[in-house]
Ligand binder design. Sequence first.
Ligand SMILES: Nc1ncnc2c1ncn2[C@@H]1O[C@H](COP(=O)(O)OP(=O)(O)OP(=O)(O)O)[C@@H](O)[C@H]1O
Ligand SMILES: [Mg+2]
Length: 220
Amino acid sequence: MIDMDPQAHLTQIHGQHPETAKQSLFGFYQDDKPLYHLEVEWPGIGQLIPSHKELIKVDSIFGKGPAVLNKLKVGLDIADKLYIGRHTLIDCCPYLGVLSLNAIFAADLMIIPISSDYLSLQGAKKVEQTLTAIEPVLKRPIHRRYLLTRFDRRRSMTFEVQKKAKQLFGEQVLDTVISENVAIAESPEKGKDVFSHQPNSAGANDYFALLMALARDGWI
Ligand SMILES: Nc1ncnc2c1ncn2[C@@H]1O[C@H](COP(=O)(O)OP(=O)(O)OP(=O)(O)O)[C@@H](O)[C@H]1O
Ligand SMILES: [Mg+2]
């Protein structure tokens, strides 16, 4: 997993913040450290490349030239030669700057969460517009799926947002949804993923269904 969000929530859940920015993903951008030098173990899960608040500087230090936009893709291609068969999950921040563009350029599939409310749908519309504008530059389709999260079946707005998302993004909206669920809300505080925290919860079931749907479509 790569924590590409300077807020570093994923790193916080892992429990060990790197002491210096150099030991985080920032070291890859600033000092050209290979990605595998930055990995830390996450027992039972895999490896994490942690984030650091300094990562926010990447946007101002580096311009938006093709070299920096392709940097993560190149770094991951090198890492792939060492660890064939590993899947990489990149956690992005909501802002579409250099970091998120790096993730978009490197990824086979983007998952865009829409928490089932109106503002989140507006955010997703902006993401869709940006991706449509980037595709001609990349000269390949950006494969993406919209995932409705915090899906609260007691609210009619939830179903309105789902309907609108399907009108806007069509087949790109996943049929699997993630329910509003207390086990998901609690698990970060426990420093756990939802599967270890509450394996039989609706939240764990929903995320498992998501994995199955992605596997069925050949993404994992
Ligand atoms: N399906 C859900 N049910 C209940 N609570 C949820 C659900 N999804 C997320 N949350 C709550 O919202 C918090 C933040 O969620 P999320 O992990 O999406 O945010 P983030 O990564 O910190 O935010 P962002 O990347 O948008 O800045 C979680 O810690 C959890 O408490
Ligand atoms: Mg996040």
